[in-house]
Design a protein around this ligand. Structure first.
Ligand SMILES: Nc1ncnc2c1ncn2[C@@H]1O[C@H](COP(=O)(O)OP(=O)(O)OP(=O)(O)O)[C@@H](O)[C@H]1O
Ligand SMILES: [Mg+2]
Length: 308
């Protein structure tokens, strides 16, 4: 089973206006409510690829209910921990002449609820996969990613990490199965430039020296590079299409990659399905559906090649 963790989910209120005028009453052209959070996006993408997952994390209030019910309606297992106070945050996305975001901070998570979460992790078994991604609410300890990674390592659970900076670094001693930085995150982690394939592969090797097993580096419109734990390097071309909204492309890549492995496919195929899923989401309004991913998959798959 694949488990995804979203510590700080969100409900996005996406409003489009012709112009945004501060200090005045503004009227919207379109309004949409979208459930989100990086782990939730991974679960949505897995569902699109008919792969089962269980979404973990913390929800509360009416917005938490919206997320839980929305996931269940789509047939995704959830085992969210309900908080007694506050409400799951609302992020307001204003699309006018420019894009403006106002993100909520989310409810605080008390110690007893955090203990419940770690009790859930104890039920995971060897061979399960745990995906941790996204930001950490202020109320949680800053070493929460390391604690999660340690719990996964103790149980022989494959850990996939999609996070930046210290959050990612703190998991490395626990030998995560997969890490998926994008180019900027990879460069920032080591304070070096990550522009050419050579730069990226050198930094991927550094990540492996620190403990990462497979390193998957997403490069937006330039595709992706995979350095496997046995030292092989594969490159996937980006899918070709019209970008609609690239939010969630990275989450979709993680989902597609893991879905392929769950089906017993090999690493180059996982790279291809991850890359196709990321592209398909970039070309969709929300997280991509099955048809969109498969439309792209064959062309990406035939373009994957082994550098080394
Ligand atoms: N413009 C694009 N054209 C084609 N494919 C894209 C495009 N943007 C993203 N993708 C695909 O999705 C993958 C992940 O995208 P990206 O590198 O932007 O991830 P990210 O920065 O982690 O995104 P996020 O964190 O917002 O979900 C890329 O490796 C690529 O395969
Ligand atoms: Mg990302």
């Amino acid at each position: 089973m694949i488990y995804t963790v979203t510590l700080n989910p969100a409900v996005d209120l996406v409003l489009s206006l012709d112009a945004l005028k501060q200090g005045e009453v503004n009227r919207v052209n379109t309004e949409n409510v979208v459930i989100g959070g990086k782990g939730i996006n991974v679960s949505l993408l897995l569902k699109a690829l008919h792969t089962e997952s269980t979404a973990l994390g913390f929800v509360s209030g009416f917005t938490g209910a919206l997320i839980r019910d929305g996931m269940r309606e789509k047939g995704i297992n959830t085992d969210f921990i309900e908080l007694d106070a506050g409400f799951t945050r609302i992020n307001v996305k204003l699309h006018a002449e420019e894009e403006t975001e106002i993100n909520g901070s989310g409810p605080s998570i008390p110690k007893d609820k955090l203990e419940l979460f770690f009790a859930q992790l104890k039920a995971l078994k060897s061979g399960d996969t745990l995906v941790v991604s996204g930001s950490v609410p202020r109320s949680l300890p800053s070493d929460i990613y390391a604690q999660i990674a340690s719990a996964a390592a103790d149980r022989g659970v494959r850990l996939a990490v999609d996070a930046a900076g210290e959050l990612l670094r703190s998991t490395l001693p626990y030998k995560p199965f997969l890490v998926k930085p994008n180019r900027e995150e990879l460069g920032a982690l080591f304070g070096e430039k990550a522009e050419t394939d050579e730069d990226i592969l050198r930094l991927a090797e550094k990540l492996q020296a620190l403990g990462a097993q497979h390193v998957l580096v997403s490069m937006a419109g330039d595709g992706a590079l995979l350095k496997t734990r046995d030292g092989r390097i594969y490159k996937a071309p980006a899918a070709k299409g019209q970008v609609v909204n690239s939010v969630g492309a990275g989450d979709s890549m993680v989902g597609g990659f893991l879905a392929a492995l769950e089906r017993g496919e090999d690493l180059p195929e996982a790279l291809a399905l991850g890359t196709a899923s990321g592209g398909a989401t970039a070309f969709s309004v929300g997280i991509a559906d099955y048809e969109k991913i498969m439309e792209i998959y064959n062309t990406v798959n035939s373009g994957v090649y082994c550098i080394e």
